[in-house]
Write a protein that binds this ligand. Structure first.
Ligand SMILES: Cc1ncc(C[n+]2csc(CCOP(=O)(O)OP(=O)(O)O)c2C)c(N)n1
Ligand SMILES: [Mg+2]
Length: 192
């Protein structure tokens, strides 16, 4: 982790299947994940295999045209074994998604493209469980879970900061961040 985003590191910033253990596909260009997931889900149907495919997108990522071509494909081939989760944190790499390229309303768009759509608080584990139940029950179309989230949640100086997109904390920031997370964890345990 100490070499994150440095030249020569196997965590240089984008996943590299030739260098990073466990990574099966080199990516970096937004939109590739859902396209590959569609291929996997269609492949499962074609081969008569009974497995599900899960893909996670950002709300900035859905500004890419490639994403919508993939969603059209998923609906056309009735890929009910495909679960598309979108992290809706309202931010992308250099600002608010609403300012850079407004993609709202995502629920109406995914519905119009032929998907089952569930909207939840992405930090609520019970809501997540219910959303995945909906996915398991839905037939003949892909399911989209829109997760309303806060970027950097739980660390005061990271919350809702677009600049934190891919930036590691320095030593001082790390101490504060860990203390804040630890105190939140203790509060949850007290309440339980
Ligand atoms: C095709 C393409 N265009 C632009 C970029 C540069 N880029 C990397 S991440 C990013 C923003 C992604 O925003 P979002 O999906 O909302 O992710 P978040 O920052 O919220 O984690 C951009 C524009 C890229 N990687 N690929
Ligand atoms: Mg985002």
């Amino acid at each position: 982790m100490k070499t994150l985003r440095k030249i020569g590191s196997y965590l240089q910033g984008h996943p590299n299947m030739n260098l990073t253990p466990g990574v099966e596909m080199s990516t970096g260009s937004l939109g590739q994940g859902i396209s590959t997931a569609c291929g996997m889900a269609k492949g499962a149907k074609f081969l008569g295999k009974n497995f599900n495919v899960y893909t996670l997108l950002g709300d900035g990522e859905v500004e890419e045209g490639q994403v919508w071509e993939a969603v059209m494909f998923a609906a056309h081939y009735k890929l009910d074994n495909l679960c598309i989760a979108v992290d809706v944190n309202g931010l992308q790499i250099d600002g608010a998604t609403a300012d850079v390229m407004n993609s709202a309303p995502l629920d109406k768009k995914f519905t119009a493209f032929g998907c089952e759509v569930v909207k939840i608080d992405g930090h609520d584990f019970n809501a997540l469980e219910k959303a995945f139940d909906t996915f398991h029950k839905t037939q003949s179309k892909p399911t989209v879970i829109l997760l309303r989230t806060v970027k950097g949640k739980g660390v005061s100086f990271m919350e809702n900061q677009a600049g934190r997109h891919g930036k590691a904390p320095n030593d001082d920031e790390l101490k504060i961040a860990l203390a804040e997370i630890e105190s939140a964890r203790a509060k949850i345990e007290e309440a339980a």
